[in-house]
Ligand binder design. Structure first.
Ligand SMILES: [Zn+2]
Length: 139
């Protein structure tokens, strides 16, 4: 099966928090040549991925990443952490450590993407990139 607008997708592992959705979508669309960010949401996803304990949720995240990368040909995986997260009620400094750990874990999953980018959504709901891992699959 063919999908239209190939190479216009991205994979976004975001929190389920409604406050983070539009800021993250808008930041990605403004800063990348991407029209369709696939949203993979969990409550505090960086905690889930960094801890790597809840295998059911990890598999559910990977199931959706598989579709986004392999069927939609996404070349970018964004991972989001944010201020005032109910699913992961940690201070910013702790969250940034979890975010970096989550990026490294996703790097090991070895998806054929160009990069994995960690984003922080702050108190003002502004999005800031905090870390970028360039993958060897980059053209
Ligand atoms: Zn959250």
């Amino acid at each position: 099966m063919k999908y239209l607008d190939i190479d216009k997708f991205a994979s976004v592992i975001n929190c389920m928090d409604g406050r983070t959705q539009l800021p993250v979508l808008e930041w990605i669309i403004e800063n990348y040549d991407i029209d369709y960010p696939d949203m993979i949401t969990e409550a505090g996803p960086i905690k889930i991925i960094a801890e790597n304990k809840n295998k059911t949720l990890i598999e559910a995240i990977k199931y959706r990443l598989d579709i986004s990368v392999n069927k939609h040909h996404s070349k970018h995986i964004f991972v989001v952490a944010h201020y005032d997260c109910a699913g992961n009620p940690e201070m910013k400094q702790t969250q940034l450590k979890q975010l970096k750990k989550a990026l490294k874990r996703i790097q090991k999953w070895d998806y054929k993407v160009e990069e994995i980018v960690g984003l922080w959504v702050g108190k003002n709901w502004k999005v800031k990139p905090v870390k970028r891992i360039v993958m060897p699959h980059k053209k």
